[in-house]
Design a protein around this ligand. Structure first.
Ligand SMILES: [Zn+2]
Length: 204
């Protein structure tokens, strides 16, 4: 049996675990304050505008403007070093929130873009900007028709991590394992969503 491969950093705050649920839904949603309407990114339990604690996860417009971009030649994390240079952009969403996202290799470092949530090889959510056809990193979830696939060097760890994010939100789910591949299905908002996690990318 070979040792599991290297995974990207997976530490997330408890509030940010909900991003993985949104990624599984293929939705772009963030916490929005019911008191003052401020969008919270990174996700938090308390609104940074009015200090209120009544935040509601809502679908938000994924359109934004790249206000700054950079390419990191020597990332600190070993996983990212394998994929250097790493393009990152600071993006202003239409409702005002600012966030960092991985930039796809084919998009300009300025101008309009769309932000999407994906699962990474560790089963955690990451933000990406750019065309679906050219993902900024290998090992990000991708959709083939109605099914979602994720290639991970450690599928068991990725499935466990995603299951933890679902459990944190009390979302009904089940996991099936077989031949090194995990299928995780969850009922979110009355609909079932599933992701197949395996050691290699599934051919289109
Ligand atoms: Zn507020």
């Amino acid at each position: 049996m070979t040792a599991p491969g290297l995974l990207p950093p997976a530490a997330r705050s408890r509030a940010a675990l909900r991003l993985a649920v949104a990624a599984l839904e293929e939705e772009f949603s963030l916490p929005v304050c019911r008191g003052c309407g401020l969008m919270s990114y990174p996700p938090a339990d308390i609104c940074s505008g009015c200090l209120g604690d009544d935040l509601d996860w809502q679908r938000v417009d994924p359109g934004g403007e790249i206000v700054a971009a950079t390419a990191i030649e020597r990332p600190i994390e070993t996983y990212f070093r394998m994929n250097a240079p790493l393009r990152l952009g600071l993006i202003r969403l239409a409702p005002g929130a600012m966030l960092f996202a991985f930039l796809a290799p084919d998009i300009a470092p300025h101008g309009r873009t769309r932000v999407a949530l994906r699962l990474n090889a560790a089963g955690s959510a990451v933000l990406v900007a750019g065309a679906d056809a050219a993902l900024p990193l290998p090992g990000l979830s991708a959709r083939r028709g109605t099914a979602c696939f994720l290639a991970s060097p450690d599928p068991a760890a990725a499935a466990d991590r995603l299951a933890s994010a679902l459990a944190n939100d009390s979302i009904a789910h089940h996991m099936e394992a077989g031949a090194g591949t995990w299928v995780l299905a969850a009922q979110i908002g009355g609909r079932w969503h599933s992701v197949t996690i395996g050691p290699e990318a599934v051919a289109a």
